[in-house]
Design a protein around this ligand. Structure first.
Ligand code: SF4
Ligand code: SF4
Length: 68
């Protein structure tokens, strides 16, 4: 089990464009209050699509959960 992996969305940077939500093959994200939120981390396949597609750099795969 890849339990050390993490996906974070920096809420201050997210513009709610939905690219990560639409593009994630396993529905890790949901839109909540116009921001992408990680709701299903355990199914993440670490493909890093979300990180590459985010226009604002809000998504970070395998980043330590840094407090804003
Ligand atoms: S790394 Fe891939 S599977 Fe994981 S949240 Fe991002 S798009 Fe979804
Ligand atoms: S791709 Fe980036 S800006 Fe767009 S909803 Fe996802 S986290 Fe927010």
């Amino acid at each position: 089990m890849a339990t050390t992996m993490s996906v974070t969305v920096e809420q201050n940077l997210c513009e709610g464009c939905g690219e990560c939500i639409d593009g994630c093959p396993v529905d890790v994200f949901e839109l909540k209050g116009q921001k992408a939120t990680v709701v299903n981390m355990t199914v993440c396949g670490d493909c890093r699509y979300c990180e590459s597609v985010c226009p604002t750099g809000a998504v970070c795969v395998d980043c330590v959960d840094e407090k804003i």
